[in-house]
Design a protein around this ligand. Structure first.
Ligand code: GLY
Ligand code: MN
Ligand code: MN
Length: 465
């Protein structure tokens, strides 16, 4: 993709956003701060997603100011040969308009001096609420400076508005450029899972002391080898019973024949995330009970994939998953039909919850748990209230989002079986999740992450190879 095309994509997004600010509106969008890890070492720098969505710019210490008439002003780090010798190249304000397509650019050092003037005579100032520490305080300071000039005829903005509203709606429906990046992130992530599965089988065949971190190393190698800049989130590599800990991280537990390994890992490629989970036998051969649970989770995922199409609701894939899991838990004896009743009872009483305690989907995009309302706009006042049978709390349900082509969501059912008196022992400590990324298309969905097999027999075949 050429720089010209990139510039045009970001300029078009700024124009769409500006049109929603109102003629008297002005928006402030800072990028992310650099964060110290310890002493003078920083965490790897990651720009802010909103800022990058509107500029394509990856340097720290930068701000976009966008006026309702479409005029864009960038504040960025000034050229500084000494700093650039230590920290690397800076674009600088002189080159920024040509490189990024903004109308004008200044040094970030001029922000406090120029911002009050830019805010003067505007009706509303927009910025992302509750996303940047102390941003509200900064805005207050600039507004204070505008107010100090009211006797000189300046008018201070009378409204502060949350920029997340319009930006989240834009980011929720991915354009063609974003879809392509998500395909690439999905493909690289899938290749990394293939590599980890094959490595696990090989290490066990060789009889070496294989650990979770060995597989994490394979994931990172494969991400980076294909140009992904970061893992999209901290990789989970969970051997055996660790799979039942939802936020486990790759640690040093041994990979053992006869046990499963759950890997939840995805690459971030040019700011877009992949998010895949696969669960496989460490040595490449499912045991009977593992296979029974695996096939149940997979059947529930197929049902959810089937329910993912334009016009359906965001909650439909989750409901489809739960219906399959509820029946399966009864069929396999994890729930006792004499006590739990029918599948419908299991759903209504939420007795499946000890085995499946998370939702099936989330939006995916620049952020792994991406922005976007889960409630259909315009239907927020149509809620029902019910008593949750487990907690006793009153829960408000609103109609969930209607899926549209261009939305991207994960589909990630699972089952997690802790040792418990009424649960057959053969299932104890098995944790399974299967997660793929789905782009809603005009007539259904496209799975972006099926470059890694998902059928049990195909996983076994891959791991034999
Ligand atoms: N990897 C985070 C998630 O699956 O939601
Ligand atoms: Mn996920
Ligand atoms: Mn995941």
């Amino acid at each position: 993709m050429t720089d010209t095309v990139h510039r045009a994509i970001h300029a078009a997004r700024r124009a769409r956003l500006a049109a929603q600010l109102g003629a008297g509106g002005i928006a402030l969008v800072p990028t992310a701060p650099e964060r110290s890890r310890n002493r003078d070492s920083d965490f790897p720098y990651r720009h802010d997603s909103y800022f990058h969505y509107l500029t394509g710019f990856t340097e720290p210490n930068a701000w976009l100011v966008l006026a309702g008439d479409g005029r864009s002003t960038l504040f960025c780090q000034p050229k500084d040969l000494e700093r650039e010798t230590w920290d690397g190249y800076r674009l600088g304000p002189a080159a920024a308009p040509e490189a990024l397509g903004v109308d004008e650019a200044f040094s970030t050092a001029e922000l406090d001096q120029r911002l009050p003037r830019l805010l003067e005579d505007r009706e509303a100032v927009w910025y992302p609420f509750a996303t940047h520490a102390a941003l509200e305080t900064k805005v207050d300071g600039w507004l204070g400076k505008v107010r100090a000039r009211v006797r000189a005829g300046a008018i201070a903005p009378g409204q502060q508005r949350d920029l997340c509203g319009p930006l989240d709606e834009m980011r929720l429906v991915k354009d063609a450029h974003e879809q392509q990046l998500l395909r690439t992130a999905g493909r690289i992530s899938a290749q990394a899972h293939v590599r980890a599965m094959q490595t696990s089988a090989r290490l066990l065949r060789e009889g070496v002391d294989a650990r979770e971190y060995h597989l994490e190393a394979e994931l990172l190698h494969e991400f980076r080898r294909h140009g992904a800049q970061f893992p999209a989130y901290t990789s989970i590599v969970a051997a055996g019973a660790n799979a039942c800990v939802l936020h486990y991280r790759a640690d040093n537990a041994p990979l053992r024949a006869g046990e499963l390994v759950l890997i939840d890992a995805g690459a971030e490629y040019d700011s877009y995330a992949g998010d895949i989970t696969r669960t496989f036998p460490a040595d490449g051969r499912f045991t009977g009970p593992q296979r029974a649970l695996y096939d149940l989770v997979l059947a529930s995922q197929y049902a959810a994939v089937e329910a993912t199409r334009p016009g359906a609701r965001f909650n439909d894939p989750h409901d489809a998953t739960v219906a399959v899991l509820a029946q399966g838990l009864l069929d396999l004896g994890l729930l006792d039909a004499d006590k739990a009743g029918t599948a419908q009872d299991v759903i209504e009483q939420r007795t499946y919850f000890p085995f499946y305690m998370h939702r099936t989907s989330h939006w995916l995009g620049m952020d792994v748990h991406d922005v976007g309302s889960y409630v259909e706009p315009g239907e927020a006042d149509r809620f029902t209230e019910r008593r949750d049978p487990l907690s006793g709390e009153t829960i408000k349900s609103r109609p969930s989002r209607i899926l549209r082509a261009g939305m991207v969501l994960t589909i990630e059912p699972g089952l997690y079986v802790r040792p418990a008196e009424n649960v057959p022992e053969k299932f104890w400590n098995i944790g399974i999740r299967i997660e793929d990324d789905a782009l809603v298309t005009e007539d259904g969905n496209e799975l972006l992450t099926r470059g890694v097999p998902v059928e049990a027999a195909e996983i076994e075949a891959l791991m034999r190879g």
